[in-house]
Design a protein around this ligand. Structure first.
Ligand code: NDP
Length: 404
């Protein structure tokens, strides 16, 4: 029997939904590179249900309990006396989503003497100290591709919202106004702009493909070049440094994983490379950016706008300056947890668990760490080390401060 601790975000303040806005939840048949969607032996949920919150339980309870395992589900993950800390000492598996991450620091990994696997129900395992996982021989797995396109859609929405000044214009209407000049004095066309992505992996390449029909000039910066045919098809300019990309782009979007090599890549110095009035969209990880340098760049006008959905830590403290800085289009971390994406990563988590319990290999594309080293997709996209420093600040968030 194994003990599985699953850390999930809170239910809606209005309670677990009795019904949904739509009756179905269309899914792609296959991912563009030929990777199949998750293939568990079964699922115990209906795609389109809210699975990522505590009552949704990622649809795992029936499967785990009918196989004799114990499932503990909680949203309590930070600060002294959290349920996660209480349950860790005899936990075999910890599951969480990047939206509401269980920060698996070296201290927590050391405390969890039975720990064998940490699963990211989603993509991005930077909330786990990968170095500590390697040293303790704990497997780390995530559900590669499950929400890459969902995030790319959020990137497109954020770019358009910033460039066209959508959110402030919507506010004028809600306040009873008809203030066209106020709205359009910061509104431009995306067409003809230079747009660049830092990283052209699954999300970055999808963003480039979605941008292509807008008549934008497209740029990317990645350690590896895309195939020549793709560069030609999308008329891409490859850059070997952030400096060269930032200097020519009107819009920059960050789509690389957070690891020691990429942490803080957008800082006081690198922001000076950007064109005055550039827009920055970050749906990758909050820690790619120096928090206060972003605020100063928006206040000075060096950046015309900043949007995305990733913060550090998560949840962001109630007084996090990105909540109130000018010209932002931030949301809580939601881009990869649409109901559509939840169905895929809940099924992917089930597939990983089935493989683990049945001693079958976990797909290479889901592996980040195995056998004491970076493995599978992790060996390609991550570097050794730890990016969880400072995560304890997440305990400062207080849900009860906010009214429904
Ligand atoms: P992929 O692994 O497909 O792509 C990551 C890309 O980043 C790879 O092409 C990799 O290049 C590149 N990369 C890594 N390090 C660097 C670097 N130092 N400089 C430039 N490029 C680099 O992952 P996805 O596209 O699916 O996801 C990317 C990230 O987005 C995730 O790691 C996660 O942090 C975030 N994400 C956010 C979500 C959200 O809900 N907001 C949901 C899903 C993901 P290489 O070829 O060299 O490995």
């Amino acid at each position: 029997m194994a003990k599985v601790v699953c850390v999930l975000y809170d239910d809606p303040v209005t309670g677990y939904p009795p019904k949904y806005a739509r009756d179905d939840c269309p899914q792609p048949a296959i991912y563009p590179d030929g990777q199949t969607l998750p293939t568990p032996k079964g699922i115990d949920f209906k795609p389109g249900e809210l699975l990522g919150c505590v009552s949704g339980e990622l649809g795992l309870r029936k499967y785990l309990e009918s196989n004799g395992h114990k499932l503990v589900v909680t949203s309590s993950k930070d600060g002294a006396g959290s349920v996660l800390d209480r349950e860790l000492p005899d936990a075999d598996i910890v599951i969480s989503q990047p939206f509401w991450p269980a920060y698996m620091t070296a201290e927590r990994i050391a405390k969890a003497k039975n720990l064998k696997m940490i699963v990211t129900a989603g993509i991005g395992s930077d909330h786990t100290d990968l170095q500590a996982a390697m040293e303790r021989n704990v497997t780390v797995a995530e559900v590669t591709y499950c929400n890459s396109h969902a995030v790319a859609e959020h990137v497109m929405m954020s770019i358009l919202a910033l460039v066209r000044n959508y959110l402030p214009s919507n506010d004028w209407v809600k306040r009873g106004g008809w203030n066209i000049a106020d709205c359009v004095s910061r509104s431009y066309d995306l067409e003809a702009m230079n747009v660049g992505t830092v990283a052209a992996g699954r999300i970055g390449l999808r963003v480039l493909r979605l941008l292509h029909p807008f008549g934008t000039k497209l740029h990317y910066m990645d350690r590896y070049r895309l195939p020549e045919a793709v560069e030609k098809e999308l008329n891409l300019t490859h850059h070997t440094s952030l400096e060269s990309l930032a200097k020519v782009c009107d819009v920059v979007t960050l789509n690389c994983p957070l690891h020691p090599e990429t942490e803080n890549m957008i800082n006081e110095k690198s922001l000076k490379w950007f064109k005055r009035g550039a827009y920055l969209v970050n749906t990758a990880r909050g820690k790619l950016c120096d928090r206060d340098a972003i605020v100063r760049a928006l206040e000075s006008g060096q950046l015309a706008g900043y949007a995305g959905d990733v913060w550090f830590p998560q949840p962001a403290p109630n007084d996090h300056p990105w909540r109130t800085m000018p010209h932002h289009g931030m949301t809580p971390h939601i881009s990869g947890t649409s109901l559509s994406a939840q169905a895929r990563y809940a099924a992917g988590t089930r597939e990983i668990l089935e493989c683990f319990f049945e001693n079958r290999p976990i797909r290479d594309e889901y592996l980040i760490v195995q056998g004491g080293k970076l493995a599978g997709v992790g060996a390609h996209s991550y570097s050794k080390g730890n990016a969880t420093g400072g995560s304890a600040e997440a305990a400062q968030f207080k849900r009860e401060k906010i009214k429904a």
